[in-house]
Each structure stands twice: as C-alpha cells, then as structure tokens.
Design a protein around this ligand. Structure first.
Ligand code: ATP
Length: 604
C-alpha cells in the first residue's frame, strides 16, 4: 500500500502539469506566481460563497427582515467574481511570457553549454530540440501566455467545485461526496478525448520536424532563390500541408469522443444529480429544510458541476508540455555534448597553464573517429604537425578532412588513439584553455547579421585590430565597419559569397591578433576569384607567419604554398611531404595535382 502510494505521488510530482504549476512558474517569477495562485484560491471560494449569501438574502426577505446587508454581500461577491477573472488572466499572460522566456533561456543553455557539438548533430536530440523550440511559437501546442489564463480559470472552477461539494456536506455528507465523484467522473471517463498521451512519439516528432523544416524553407530568405527557380513553391507548401494534415489526423483520432464513455458519463451524472436533487426536494416538501438553506444547497449542488470543466484538462496538459521536453533536454544534451575535461581525466596543472600552445608540435597517434558509433571516418591516423609551420590537408570529398579539423578544434574527442599538443593529451586540457589558442575559418562559416566590426570581432576589439584583420583578408573596402551585413536592416548591405568568405577570414585573423597560436583554414579560398585567392592566401600566410597553420583545400595553387602537405585517404595519412617531395614521389598527390593543372593547360 505504501509502495503504491509512493508510486502515485511519484507519478503526480513527476508529471508535466505538476512541474509547471509547482516548479517552473515559481522559478520564472515568484511574485506573479504567488498572486496567480492566491487569485485562483479566492476565485474558487467565490461561487459557493455566493450560493450561501443568496440563500441568506432570500431567508432575510422571507422573514421580512432588512435585505440591505444581504443585497450588499451578494452584490460584492458578484462584483468580485466578475472582476477577479480578468485580473488573474492579465497576471497569467504576463507569467506565461516569463515562464516561456525561462524555458527558452534553459534551451539556450542546453544548446550552448556543452563543450562539444555532438548534441547538436544527433538526429534524436534534433527532433526533441525542434519540438521544444516550437512551443513558444504556438505550433505544437498553445503558447504559455495563452494557456496560463485558461489554466488559472480552470483551476479556480475546479476549486469552486470542491468547495461547493464541501458546503453541500452541510446538507448531507453523502450528497457532497456523491456529487464530487459524479462530476469528477468525466475527467476519468473522457480523459482520453481531452489529453493526448502520444504527443512525444517518434512519429509525431518526425511529422513535426518535417513540417517545421518545410515552413522555414518557405519563409526564410536563403531558400527563396531555389524555390522560385526550381518551381518548388507548390511542392514545399504541399509538404508542409501534408505533414500538418497527418498531425491533425493523428490528433483527431487520438482525441475522438467515444460513444461508450459518453453514455457512461451521462449515466453517472444523471444518477448522482438525480439522487441529490430528489433528496433536497423531499426534505423541503417535508418542511425539514428552510428556504434559505434550500437555496444555498441547491446553489452549491449546481456549483459542484464546475468540477467538470474539461477544457481545463486540455489547456493544462497541452500548456505543460514544454516543461518536461526542455528539462529533459538539459541533462541529455549536457551528457551527449560533454567532453572529458581535466577534472575527470585527472589532468595536471601544466595542462591548465595559459602558456602558448602549440610551441613544439601537435601529434595524432593512431587516431580513430566515427560519428555516433558509425563507421570510422578516421582509422588509425598518425600525423605529426610541427609548430610554427603550415600543413595542408588534401583528399577526396568525404575523406574526413573537416572531421579532422573538428577533432583538432576539440569539438569532438577521438574514439580511439590520442591527440597531444606539446606532449599534453588534448583531453586533459580544458576545452576553453585550448580554444583560446585556436582560430579557424570554417567551410560553413557563419554570416552574422551584425555590423562588419562585430562580424570580425563579435565580442569587441580595437578599431585598428579590426582594420588590420580586414586588410589582411582583402576585405577593407567592402563596407564601413558599422554597416550591418544584412539587407533586412535599414542601411544594411549584403555581400557576395567570396566577400563573405573574406570577412570570415578576417574574423580568424582577428583572433590570431588576440593571441591564438593555431589557425585552421577549411576551404578558406573556395569562393574567391583566382586573383583574390592568390593575394589573400599569401597575405594570410604573412599575417600568420611563425604560427601553426592548417589548411584544408581542394585548390592546389593554394595547397602548394604550404610547408608540408598530407594526403588523407581511407582515414589515414597516405602521403606526407613538401610539394616538391610529393611531386617527385609521383603518388596520389602528383596525380591530383596534374589532373587539376591539366585543366588549365589543355587546349580545347
Ligand atoms: N555530423 C556528422 N554526422 C555524421 N556523419 C558525418 C557528420 N559530418 C560528416 N559526416 C560524414 O563523415 C564523412 C567525412 O566528412 P568530412 O566533412 O570530414 O569530409 P571532407 O573530407 O571534409 O569532405 P569535403 O572535401 O567534401 O569537404 C562523410 O562521409 C560525411 O558524411
């Protein structure tokens, strides 16, 4: 019995509804949550109080007493009932906004706090994440600013039903209890038609995610060109509608009113109410119940019916949905995105020292890596990168070059082998300590809708430093430092692909000026014109002289400028040497180089 009770309490306190009402809204704003609950309780007490006061007023009139006191009391209670509702709704909407902001804030923490990025590339978590993001948009369920006012009114009505049943016990204890259970029965018997249990199933998440993706493609600017050119407007609208229709169909089927449940509910209500009202009428006709008490008890007997506000179940269960999704995402994302840090790896003090790294070398020893237990992308890779020089990594599409970059930036840890920097295992370095030493221009760099200056140094830097970085990247004349790089802002401008790439390079160089010692350039000149490519890469090499530079590129005119070149194939370094050495060796590098060079020398 104790075990069962503990289980019931555990399920209740672990439910989304409980966590919303007794946890999240309090964490969002204690004062507003307190006021909201207080008003809920007062509103719950008003209907039975009005029934009793009405009985009292009628008693006064029947006894030919002055009805003034009774009228004032009834009027005051009625006025309170009319005014407290809107007041509570206003508070609830405000509280709903704050609660949504708190959940969004937690979502941001869940996304940004893990040191790695595996949690953002995990398909399972992506589905939950898109479900969680949707809530505040009101796509998957009502926004909290809409649902909390209804939840407040529903709770007040529910409380009023219980209070009325308690007052009715003054007539007969069994009458209060009978009507209490009678009017609670719809919550049990019709629950399946109001509360959707399977909203977190993988099928729902899948439809939801596809609908959201189609919606974003249709309304966001990046896909606009292709949608028009390839005539995808109908295709994308159909995809969105199809997924939404299927979601709707599943919801309607899940929440269909069942005939048997309705009949059963009606039967319970007719019997319980019939018995109580017949008993009231019987006692009144026998003269055992004076008029004032008859009116009060009849009023409260009717009042118990407010227990059956079924919309309340719907609003509460739907409104509370974001709470467990967001809260469950926090620990899961933290776990999936975590990297072993010095504390767990038992790292030395030396590992945390802010001295410049690397000063001797970066060494990859038998490094293996696969995404989420999938096939190995890197497989027993051995590579030594001497500090202070440049290394280019070449290889076919999908060879694992960007994956190697991710491991070097410690966005993932190897699944086998180790990477050391000056003899220290990268896993023993705090990710932040290592990342302060690393700068990068990624293949899929970010185009911040911010000013030029903020694009180069998002957290701020002296104007001269920004100018120097822009100049080294050949981006000086693109726009004024304070111009916003987006057409969606007044006075803003947009850039071409190559111009954006120069801005991303400038960002990487600005971090170098801030003290980074390793610079990783993943396809840094892929979008530059031929003259720009030669100029920019020479200029970047000048700006990073003495630092360790790792370059990933398919352009051999850029690659050949590196001190050493590594050919990646089958997850390993199959060739390593300078351009001249590799050309002499006549292996993979030479084949690739010659193939690219021949395209420029061949006459048609
Ligand atoms: N986040 C990820 N999750 C699962 N697999 C991934 C992920 N990122 C890359 N891969 C897979 O890893 C392999 C190597 O990808 P990677 O981007 O490292 O290749 P690459 O050599 O940089 O290719 P490219 O020259 O086309 O840029 C590919 O087969 C790719 O599908």
């Amino acid at each position: 019995m104790k075990g069962l009770l503990r289980k019931v309490i555990g399920r209740l306190t672990g439910s989304a509804e409980w966590r919303l009402l007794f946890g999240t809204i309090w964490a969002a704003d204690r004062r507003l949550a307190g006021a909201w609950w207080l008003l809920t309780l007062v509103r719950a007490a008003l209907p039975p109080a009005l029934a009793v006061a009405t009985g009292w007023l009628i008693g006064l009139i029947a006894d030919h007493d002055s009805a003034a006191r009774g009228l004032i009391t009834v009027g005051a209670l009625f006025a309170l009932m009319q005014t407290l509702g809107p007041v509570q709704s206003a508070i609830a909407a405000n509280l709903g906004d704050r609660t949504a902001a708190l959940l969004q804030d937690r979502l941001l923490v869940a996304a940004t706090s893990p040191a790695g990025i595996a949690h953002l590339e995990d398909p399972e978590l992506a589905a939950d994440f898109s479900l969680a993001r949707d809530f505040d948009l009101g796509i998957a369920s009502p926004r909290l600013r809409d649902s909390l006012p209804f939840i407040g009114s529903g709770l007040a009505a529910f409380g009023a039903g219980i209070a009325s049943a308690v007052v009715l016990c003054g007539f007969a204890w069994w009458a209060g209890i009978l009507l209490l259970f009678g009017w609670l029965s719809p919550h049990l018997l019709l629950r399946e038609s109001y509360v959707w249990k399977d909203w977190r199933s993988s099928e729902i998440k899948d439809h939801q995610r596809h609908a959201e993706y189609a919606y974003r493609m249709a309304v966001d600017a990046p896909a606009a060109k292709e949608i028009r050119l390839f005539g995808l407007a109908d295709w994308i609208t159909d995809r969105f509608n199809d997924r939404r229709r299927r979601l709707l169909a599943i919801t309607l089927e899940a929440l269909r009113l069942r005939q048997r449940s309705i009949m059963l509910t009606l039967l319970v209500l007719i019997i319980s109410n019939g018995v109580v009202f017949i008993a009231l009428a019987w006692q009144a006709t026998q003269g055992d119940l004076e008029l004032s008490r008859l009116v009060a008890f009849a009023g409260t007997a009717i009042g118990v019916s407010s227990l059956a506000t079924m919309e309340f179940d719907w609003w509460l269960s739907d409104g509370a949905r974001p709470v467990p999704v967001v809260h469950d995402l926090l620990p899961t994302m933290r776990r999936v995105g975590a990297l072993r840090t010095a504390a767990t790896a038992g790292g030395s003090d030396q590992a945390q020292s802010p001295r410049s790294l690397p000063s001797r070398e970066i060494r990859l020893q038998n490094v293996s890596f696969g995404y989420r237990g999938g096939p190995p992308i890197l497989d027993g890779l051995d590579l030594t990168i001497p500090a202070g020089g440049s290394l280019a990594i070449v290889g076919q599409n999908g060879a694992g070059k960007t994956t190697l970059v991710k491991l070097l930036a410690r966005l993932y840890d190897p699944t086998g082998g180790r990477i050391t920097v000056d003899g220290i295992d990268l896993r023993e370095l705090e990710p932040d300590v290592w990342r302060r030493q690393v700068s990068a221009a990624f293949q899929d760099f970010v185009r911040y809708q911010l000013t030029v200056a903020e694009n180069v140094a998002p957290t701020g830097a002296p104007k001269d430093l920004i100018n120097a970085a822009l100049s080294a990247a050949g981006a000086s004349g693109l726009a004024d430092q304070q111009t916003v790089l987006s057409k969606q802002y007044a006075g803003g401008t947009d850039l071409s692909g190559g111009q954006w790439q120069r801005i991303a390079l400038a960002r990487a160089l600005a971090k170098v000026a801030h003290g980074a010692k390793l610079i990783i350039l993943d396809e840094p000149t892929a979008q530059l014109d031929v003259r720009g490519e030669a100029e920019v890469f020479s200029s970047v090499l000048r700006a990073t002289r003495g630092l360790t530079t790792i370059l990933v590129s398919h352009r051999f005119s850029t690659v050949r400028q590196a001190d050493r070149i590594c050919v990646l194939e089958g997850g390993r370094a199959v060739e390593l040497g300078s351009h001249d050495e590799l050309m002499r060796a006549g292996g993979r590098y030479r084949t690739m180089f010659d193939l690219q060079a021949s395209r420029f020398t061949q006459t048609p």
